[in-house]
Ligand binder design. Structure first.
Ligand code: ADP
Ligand code: MG
Length: 274
């Protein structure tokens, strides 16, 4: 039967973000636990559009590696709430902080699951556009799922519309800043692959790859590094397969980057699969 907001009790705050708060909630009768993302979108039309896009995407997706949405509530006051499955180990970003850097076998497992989710999304013409550790959620079954479709794009008519400036700058690919130089046959999907490469690198190194540990980002310098510098790469001690995989993701020229489907056949994610 349908769940209504009054059936739910708030247990704690899981995270804050752009205009919204994510709560851990419990169904009063069944005691099932969920995550509830509440956005106060009454006054801000941009935010409102974002939440509706996220709702639309979550409604149409059905993949084991995309966070599941159970229902959507709209209050008369303008608040919108999305009821999702609860991912009890939180984000990869918080796991990095609490447990330290990830081993290669763990990262191969993360990569395989995220690629499966991306392959699904791209096959359904959805570009995530904000892939990063804090938007990848984990549960104690060690399932990794893609979340937060606030700035995602459904490719329906025009291709160039996906060029708008959204997402977290730091994880944005060179062609997002400079499509003329790095665009090639720019299709937008490759931007998610760049972000995946940076994410894996960050989880291995323990800090954002374009910045030394602990340094706060200077956005102009960061944008220069992304567009004019060499793409970051793994240190010598990493395995051949892992280094090659990251290289396939972090090609500056977007048309040279592997697709999610191609990367699923890469030895890094194929070998010693348990
Ligand atoms: P924002 O647009 O504010 O970044 P997110 O959807 O990324 O919103 O959620 C913010 C944070 O809340 C996440 O980084 C994560 O820590 C937590 N969170 C979000 N959804 C869930 C969920 N389904 N289960 C557990 N934690 C979640
Ligand atoms: Mg987020």
């Amino acid at each position: 039967s349908a769940i209504s907001v009054s059936d739910l009790e708030k247990l704690q705050v899981l995270g804050h973000g752009n205009g919204g708060t994510v709560y851990k909630v419990r169904h009063k009768r069944t005691h099932d636990v969920y995550a509830l993302k509440v956005v106060h979108a009454d006054s801000d039309p941009t935010l409102r559009r974002q939440v509706f896009r996220e709702m639309e995407i979550l409604r149409r997706t059905d993949s084991p590696h995309v966070v599941r949405c159970h229902s959507i509530f709209e209050k008369p006051c303008g608040d919108i709430a999305i009821l999702m499955e609860y991912m009890n180990l939180g984000s990869l970003d918080s796991l990095l902080k609490t447990h330290g850097t990830f081993s290669e076998p763990k990262l191969a497992d993360v990569a395989r699951q995220v690629l499966d989710g991306l392959n699904y999304l791209h096959g359904h013409k959805i570009i995530h556009r904000d892939l990063k550790p804090s938007n990848l959620l984990v549960n104690d079954a060690m399932e990794v799922k893609i979340a937060d479709f606030g700035v995602s794009k459904i490719m329906c008519r025009t291709l160039d519309a996906c060029n708008s400036y959204v997402g977290t700058c730091a994880y944005m690919s060179p062609e997002r800043f400079d499509p003329d130089t790095y665009g090639g046959n720019y299709n937008g999907y490759a931007g998610d692959i760049w972000s995946l490469g940076l994410t894996l690198l960050e989880l291995y190194l323990g800090h954002f790859p374009f910045l030394p540990p602990g340094q706060r980002p200077d956005w102009a310098a960061l944008m220069c590094a992304i567009c004019f510098g060499e793409p970051p790469s793994l240190p010598e001690q990493a395995s051949e397969e892992f280094r090659s995989f990251v290289q396939c993701c972090l090609q500056k020229e977007s048309s040279k980057r592997w697709t999610a489907a191609q990367l699923l056949t890469h030895p890094f994610v194929c070998k010693d699969q348990r």
